[in-house]
Ligand binder design. Structure first.
Ligand code: ADP
Ligand code: ZN
Length: 585
C-alpha cells in the first residue's frame, strides 16, 4: 500500500524536475541566440527577408527570417516602429515567443505541480485524520476475555464488590425494569501490581462481554483536542460492537483526571480538561439499559479530580490492597498450578513474601521456573525459589531490607493494635471490623471501625474518646519500644487529634480560654493565640496520659492481639472475638 503511494508521487516529481531542467536548458540556448547590428537588420528589412518580429518592451527585439533563422537586434523604440514593420508586410508579435519546444515542458510542469499539491494535501489530511482516530491506539477489543474470578487469588472483598456489576452486564434490562441504577464507573485504587487490570478483565470475562483497555496516558497528546476525540471514538467503538455491551478499562486514569492545582494550571492542562470533559460527557451519555461499564484504575485516589468521583461517574470506589499472608498463599498456589512444582512450602513462601504484590509474586515464581529450566531440573524446587527470591529482591530494592522489614512490621503491628485496644476499651459499642499491617494507599497499616450508630451531635465526651483512640497508636509505640524509639507513623493520627482538640476549644465552646466565644468571629481582633495553643496542648497531654495508662494496664492483651496480627497480617472482628480478651471487662 505504502509502496504504491510512493510511486504515484515520485513520477510527477520526476516529470516536474525533467521539464524544469529542460526549460532552463532551452533558456540558456535562447540567450545564446545570435545578435546582429541594427544596420544589418535594416538590410534584411529592405530586402524583405523577415517574416516575424517579436516586439516587446525589452531593449532587444527578436527577428525571425523567412528561412527560419532567428537573431536579436536593438529595439529602436520609435513610436511608429510597429507601423513601419506592418507596412513592410512583416508579422508583428507583441508577446515573447514561446516555442512549441518550450510549451510542452511548461504544460507538463504545470500539470505535475498541480498533481503534487493535490496529493500532498490529501495525504496531510489523511495523517491528521489518523492522528485523530483511535487507529493508532491499540484498542481492539478482547472478545469474551478468557479471564474469570478464578484467575484472581485473594482480593475477596473486591471480587464481592463487583459481582453485581457482572450480573448487571449479563442482564441490564432486568436491572432497568427494577429502576435500579448501576454504577457507570468503577474506580479501582491501590498499589501497582495488585491486580486491578486483572479484576477488570475478569469482570468482562465473567459477563462475557468485550473488553476495551486503554491507558490514560494514551490520551495526553501534544495536539489539543486529540485526546477528547479519542475518548469519543473509544466509546463509539464500545457501543457499536456486536453485542452492544462492553467493559471499558482506563488504566492510569490520573493522567487525565488529576486534581487541578493552581500551580499546574498552565501547560497541557487545557488538553487534559478537554479530555476529562469528553470522558464525563460520554459517561453521562449512555443510559442504564445499555450495559457499558467503565472501570478505571489509579494508584492514588486522593490525587484525582473530585469531578471524576461524583455520583453518576466513578461513584463506586474499590480499594485493591496488597495481599495478606493467606492471600499470598492462594496467589502462590494459583501461579504454581500449571507448573511442575516440586516440594515447595507454600506457607513459608507466603511468610517470606510480606509486602509483595500479586505481580511480584508472579514474577518470583516465573524466575524460579526459568532457573529450574536452565538447570534442567524436572521440577521447581525450594532451592530455585530461593535463588529467584534474591534475584527478585535485588531487582526491587537495592539493599536487603529483610531485617528492617521485620522490625517495621512489629512497630506497625503494635501501633495499629494500640488504636484498636483503646477503642475496644473506651468505645466498646464501635466494633472493630478489621486491623491490618498491610500497607495501603492511605498509609502503613490500618484499623477499621464499623460505622458507629448515626449521631446528629457529637458530645464533648465522645470527641475526647475519639482523640484517645487516635493517640492509641503512638502510646503503644512508646510503651513497648520506649520514648526514644517512637516513629513518624503517628503523623496522620496527630493531625487529626490536633484538629479535633483545636475545634473543641475554638469552635464548639468546649474550652476555657475562649469559653463560648467562637474564634472565627474574633479572628480580626488580635487574640492571644499562645494561650489557645497551650490549652490544646494541655488537653492532648492529659488525654495522652490516660491512653498510656490504658495501654500499660492492658499490655497483656496488646501483646496477644499483636502476635496474632503479626502471624495473620489482617485480623477481622471474628479473630478478635476468638481471642476471648478481657479488655471489655
Ligand atoms: P495492576 O493493574 O494493579 O497494576 P495487574 O492486574 O496488571 O496489576 O497485575 C499484574 C499481574 O500480577 C497479573 O497479570 C497477575 O499475574 C498477577 N497478579 C496480581 N494480583 C493477583 C491476584 N490477586 N491473583 C493472581 N495473580 C495476581
Ligand atoms: Zn495510627
Amino acid at each position: 500500500m505504502k509502496k504504491i503511494k510512493n510511486k504515484s508521487i515520485i513520477i510527477p516529481i520526476l516529470i516536474f524536475v525533467i521539464s524544469l531542467s529542460s526549460l532552463i536548458f532551452m533558456n540558456y540556448h535562447n540567450s545564446s541566440i545570435g545578435y546582429r547590428s541594427y544596420i544589418l537588420f535594416e538590410k534584411d528589412l529592405s530586402s524583405k527577408n523577415i517574416s516575424t518580429i517579436y516586439l516587446t518592451d525589452s531593449p532587444k527585439i527578436r527577428v525571425q527570417l523567412k528561412n527560419g533563422m532567428t537573431y536579436e537586434t536593438d529595439n529602436p523604440r520609435t513610436p511608429d516602429i510597429k507601423k513601419t514593420f506592418l507596412q513592410n508586410g512583416i508579422n508583428v508579435d507583441e508577446n515573447y515567443p514561446v516555442s512549441s519546444r518550450e510549451a510542452y515542458p511548461i504544460a507538463l510542469m504545470t500539470i505535475s505541480a498541480v498533481y503534487i499539491i493535490i496529493m500532498s494535501l490529501k495525504s496531510s489530511r489523511k495523517v491528521s485524520k489518523r492522528m485523530l482516530s483511535l487507529d493508532s491506539l491499540d484498542t481492539s477489543a478482547v472478545e469474551g476475555s478468557n479471564y474469570s474470578f478464578k484467575n484472581i487469588a485473594g482480593n475477596e472483598e473486591a471480587k464481592e464488590s463487583v459481582k453485581d456489576v457482572v450480573d448487571f452486564l449479563k442482564n441490564p434490562e432486568k436491572y432497568a425494569s427494577y429502576g435500579a441504577r448501576m454504577p457507570k464507573g468503577i474506580m479501582l485504587y491501590g498499589q501497582p501490581g495488585t491486580g486491578k487490570t486483572l479484576l477488570a478483565k475478569a469482570v468482562a470475562g465473567e459477563a462475557n462481554v468485550p473488553f476495551y483497555a486503554v491507558s490514560g496516558s494514551d490520551f495526553i497528546q501534544v495536539y489539543v483536542g486529540v485526546g477528547a476525540s479519542r475518548i469519543r471514538q473509544l466509546f463509539k467503538k464500545a457501543r457499536n460492537n456486536t453485542c452492544g455491551k462492553a467493559v471499558i478499562f482506563i488504566d492510569e486514569i490520573d493522567a487525565i483526571g488529576k486534581k487541578r492545582s493552581a500551580s499546574n494550571s498552565s501547560g497541557g492542562s487545557e488538553e487534559r480538561d478537554q479530555t476529562l470533559n469528553a470522558l464525563l460527557t460520554e459517561m453521562s451519555g449512555f443510559n442504564e439499559k445499555e450495559g457499558i461499564v467503565v472501570i478505571a484504575a489509579t494508584n492514588r485516589l486522593d490525587m484525582l479530580d473530585p469531578a471524576l468521583l461524583r455520583p453518576g461517574r466513578f461513584d463506586r470506589h474499590i480499594e485493591i490492597t496488597l495481599p495478606d499472608i493467606s492471600s499470598r498463599e492462594k496467589i502462590i498456589e494459583l501461579h504454581l498450578k500449571n507448573k511442575p512444582a516440586g516440594n515447595i512450602d507454600i506457607h513459608e513462601w507466603a511468610q517470606k513474601t510480606a509486602y509483595f504484590s500479586g505481580a511480584k509474586i508472579e514474577n518470583l515464581i516465573n524466575e524460579a521456573a526459568i532457573i529450574a529450566c536452565k538447570e534442567n531440573s524436572r521440577k521447581i524446587e525450594n532451592s530455585h525459589m530461593d535463588k529467584a527470591f534474591s534475584i527478585v529482591l535485588a531487582g526491587y530494592e537495592k539493599k536487603n531490607r529483610d531485617y528492617i522489614k521485620d522490625i517495621d512490621k512489629r512497630i506497625t503491628a503494635y501501633h495499629e493494635v494500640g488504636h484498636a485496644l483503646v477503642s475496644m476499651k473506651i468505645l466498646p459499642n464501635e466494633k472493630i471490623s478489621k486491623i491490618t499491617i498491610i500497607p495501603s494507599t492511605k498509609g502503613a497499616g490500618g484499623y477499621t471501625l464499623s460505622i458507629p450508630e448515626d449521631k446528629l451531635y457529637e458530645n464533648k465526651d465522645y470527641l475526647e474518646r475519639r482523640i484517645m483512640v487516635l493517640l492509641g497508636g503512638r502510646a503503644a509505640e512508646e510503651v513497648v519500644f520506649g520514648h526514644d524509639y517512637v516513629t513518624t507513623g503517628a503523623r496522620n493520627d496527630l493531625q487529626r487529634s490536633t484538629d479535633i482538640a483545636f475545634n473543641m476549644i475554638t469552635q464548639y465552646g468546649m474550652g476555657k480560654t475562649l469559653g463560648l466565644l467562637n474564634m472565627q468571629e474574633l479572628y480580626d481582633l488580635n487574640i492571644n493565640q499562645d494561650k489557645i495553643i497551650q490549652e490544646c496542648k494541655n488537653l492532648i497531654d492529659s488525654i495522652y496520659g490516660e491512653v498510656k495508662n490504658i495501654i500499660i494496664e492492658n499490655r497483656h492483651c496488646l501483646k496477644k492481639i499483636t502476635d496474632l496480627l503479626l502471624e495473620k497480617e489482617t485480623l477481622f472482628s471474628q479473630d478478635l472475638d476468638d481471642l476471648n480478651l478481657t479488655v471489655y471487662k
